[in-house]
Design a protein around this ligand. Structure first.
Ligand code: F6P
Length: 377
């Protein structure tokens, strides 16, 4: 016996409903009560909850999004009348009012950190599951939602090939992933992109242009460039590193340790050319080939999960239900090899798993003559 609460936080992705179903069905099977919390942590603050029975989670396996709703709100950073307020105590109080034994949080990096903070500062039990199309959560081989997003992006790259070749164009396809290149690299390889640019490998514009010119000389009628939304050029990477060094030095001298803000520009939205648009413009100038841009955006997060994700979500969710029945808390359930494994949340919180530059996928891409924006070809 016991009661668990379940919420989905951060950006949504295909597979969230499948995980909720897996957790709830397994938990109910082991005799636990399940409470669904609406719109992420905000629902717990505002007491928007409802009991979940088998019938409530039936028929949702294939549905995209999350039927509970999600938000990016963090309990310790809630804006009330223009003031950022810490509502950790409210969350802890409502957790106790609901007589919860554990709060199950489905989320990406931000949510892992928030959940760990709630455990540490709010004294509540948490269990997390690794959700994100970005695939950048530590201590798991893969996150759920990634495979579904990768297949959407791959199909888009396939479709861009036929139109690019008809018109003899360069098409730059912008792919999500925040500051990690997993989604772009995976779909770029699967879709056979000619150039793949990821944040982990700062690109050299001239190297990309040279690759495109070589393709032209070889009689190729088009080029597809997969770019991750977080890419930086070599020059930008150098400038950023120098600024980081300066900021660290200044912080040391003035003893600013944390809580520094971004120079008073919060809330000011400047209209900027996207990195993909800038790249297309530059490459058109350098090669003389007409270039177009396609930003895939939230299409990558919508729709039904792939078979791979449905299986993964059901495995992770039911494993979580099993661990909850054993009262195993303050862990994340990840995938390692063929197994679903509990890992201490402490090892996950605050750590972003980016693509190591010596990762096998990087070598794979190079061996099929894909340009990664650096010199090694
Ligand atoms: O973390 C998932 C993700 O889709 C990232 O790839 C992207 O940078 C971000 O969320 C977009 O966030 P939002 O949906 O808030 O625009």
């Amino acid at each position: 016996s016991g009661t668990i609460g379940i919420l989905t936080a951060g950006g949504d992705c295909p597979g969230l409903n499948a995980v909720i179903r897996g957790v709830a069905k397994a938990a109910l099977h082991y005799g636990l009560k399940v409470v669904g919390i609406e719109d992420g942590f905000r629902g717990l603050i505002e007491n928007r909850t409802r009991p979940l029975e088998n019938a409530d989670v039936s028929g949702i396996l294939t549905q995209g999004g999350t039927f509970l709703g999600s938000s990016r709100d963090k309990p310790h950073k809630i804006e009330i009348n223009g003031q950022v307020t810490d509502l950790t105590d409210v969350v802890a109080r409502n957790y106790r009012k609901l007589k919860l034994d554990c709060l199950v949080c489905l989320g990406g990096n931000g949510t892992q950190k928030t959940a760990y903070r709630l455990h540490e500062r709010g004294g509540i039990n948490v269990l997390t599951l690794p959700k994100t199309i970005d695939n950048d959560v530590a201590e798991t081989d893969i996150t759920f939602g990634f495979d579904s997003a990768m297949s959407v992006a791959t199909e888009a790259i396939d479709r861009l090939h036929t139109t690019a070749t008809s018109h003899q164009r360069i098409i730059v396809c912008e792919i999500m992933g925040h500051s990690a290149g997993w989604l772009c690299l995976g779909s770029g390889i699967a879709g056979g992109a000619d150039v793949i640019l990821i944040p982990e490998i700062p690109y050299d514009l001239q190297a990309v242009a040279r690759h495109l010119r070589r393709r032209q000389r070889a009689g190729k009628r088009f080029s597809i460039i997969a770019v991750a939304e977080g890419i930086v050029s070599r020059e930008e990477a150098k400038a950023r590193a120098a600024m980081d060094r300066m900021a660290r030095r200044a912080a040391k001298e003035t003893r600013i340790v944390s809580g520094a803000t971004g120079g008073g520009l919060e809330g000011v939205h400047l209209v900027q050319e996207s990195v993909a648009s800038r790249l297309a413009r530059q490459l058109q100038q350098l090669t003389g080939v007409e270039a177009r841009v396609t930003a895939l955006g939230h299409v990558q997060r919508g729709g039904t999960p792939t078979a791979f994700d449905r299986l993964l979500c059901t495995r992770l969710g039911t494993k979580a239900g099993e661990l909850l029945a054993e009262r195993r808390y303050n862990i994340m359930v990840g995938i390692k090899g063929a197994e679903c494994v509990p890992v201490p949340l402490k090892k996950v919180a605050g750590i972003k798993r980016i693509v190591p530059v010596d990762h096998p996928w990087v070598k794979t891409a190079r061996l099929v003559e894909t340009c990664l924006g650096d010199e090694e070809e």
